[in-house]
Design a protein around this ligand. Structure first.
Ligand code: KG4
Ligand code: ZN
Length: 327
């Protein structure tokens, strides 16, 4: 089955056609990142206007050589004014082509980034998933398709949000994650001993606001931001975030004994996080992150993959998949 995925939840206008939930036939992403770099973050009205301009050209390119059988579209969470461009496009396309629509949850879609390109090596359940993006930071236990349990979540900032905020403090620009990772390469990760928040004993929840405040206090004490300070601060901050994330995963492995551990969402692009997780997990579980860097951040292929697995499941249950979805 060929599914057209449509993603417009934040600042990427994306369409992709994916076969049977894993094989990418087309994958088109228009990123607004350069536009939002000027304002140091996403301005919703600006993002929505850009989606309106790019939606149809991106859709046309994605379906040029691959006619879909079904449509999957991100219904949320995300910026409402951006989401509506994708869901409206999906509704109109569905009416014209008489195709069913599957509404998809954005975070669940990120989880399916780990299915892309893995048709010969499908993940096996139960899977422990750390979703780390700009707006979300959760630990899920996935026992099967559509069987997800949140076992831990952030009590304040998401990891990606912390990266973005600290990057702003260090005047590294937007988006913060890749900028911090780049600066950290030349920094001393032991230079600043930032606090690691583990919350109550055994807790699988996260908290990054104390760490962010600690960076702010340090920045305020500086007499200007030297490149050496910025690099050391970025490296020490990144180390603190990665350590907490990977330690929480270890606690969850001991509790749930999963067959696999997956990283998903924008921060899964972080090489230090991957390296540290790999090291700490060792042989306890199969460790995976999305096969390509572009499957970590927002894209439509993951939406199509998620749609495929929920369609199979929903059809099986004689479900709520309707010709025109009720968003
Ligand atoms: O999944 P995503 O594209 O959008 C949301 O659903 O939020 O994630 C974007 C987040 C941003 O906070 C960005 O700074 C972060 O992912 N990010 C990274 C890296 N690449 C993107 N964080 C750390 N290291 C990276 N290499
Ligand atoms: Zn996302």
């Amino acid at each position: 089955m060929k599914i057209l995925g449509i993603e417009t939840s934040c600042d990427e206008t994306a369409c992709a056609v994916v076969e049977d939930g894993t094989r990418i036939l087309s994958d088109v992403i228009y990123s607004q990142v350069d536009l939002h770099a000027k304002t140091g973050g996403v301005v919703p009205e600006v993002a929505a206007r850009e989606h309106v301009l790019k939606m149809i050209p991106v859709l046309e390119e994605a379906i040029r050589d691959h006619a879909p059988d079904t449509i999957a579209v991100t219904k949320g969470p995300g910026l409402v004014s951006s989401l509506i461009i994708g869901t409206t496009t999906a509704s109109v396309f569905s009416m014209v082509q008489r195709l069913p629509i599957i509404p998809v949850n954005h975070i669940e879609a990120h989880i399916y980034g780990n299915w892309l390109g893995r048709e010969n090596d499908l993940p096996e359940f139960p899977i422990l998933i750390l979703t780390v993006s700009g707006g979300h930071n959760e630990l899920y236990l996935m026992r099967g398709h559509g069987d997800l349990e949140i076992v831990g979540e952030t009590r304040d900032d998401a990891a990606g949000e912390a990266f973005d905020k600290v990057a702003r403090l260090l005047e590294l620009g937007y988006p913060g994650g890749p900028a911090i990772a780049k600066a950290a390469i030349n920094g001393d990760l032991k230079k600043y001993d930032f606090p690691r928040s583990y919350l109550e004993k055994g807790s699988l929840d996260f908290s990054f606001s104390g760490l962010k405040t600690s960076v702010l206090d340090l920045v305020k004490k500086q007499d200007g931001l030297t490149p050496e300070f910025v690099n050391d601060c970025a490296a020490s901050f990144q180390e603190a975030v990665c350590e907490v994330l990977s330690d929480k995963v270890l606690t969850a492995i001991a509790k749930y004994n999963p067959k696999e551990v997956h990283l998903a969402g924008g921060v899964s692009a972080n090489l230090r996080l991957r390296e540290m997780m790999e090291e700490k997990i060792g042989g306890r579980a199969i460790f995976r992150y999305p096969k390509e860097l572009s499957y970590c951040t927002d894209n439509a292929a993951m939406v199509a993959a998620c749609g495929y697995y929920s369609y199979s499941k929903e059809k099986h249950k004689a479900s709520n998949v309707t010709p025109v979805a009720n968003f």
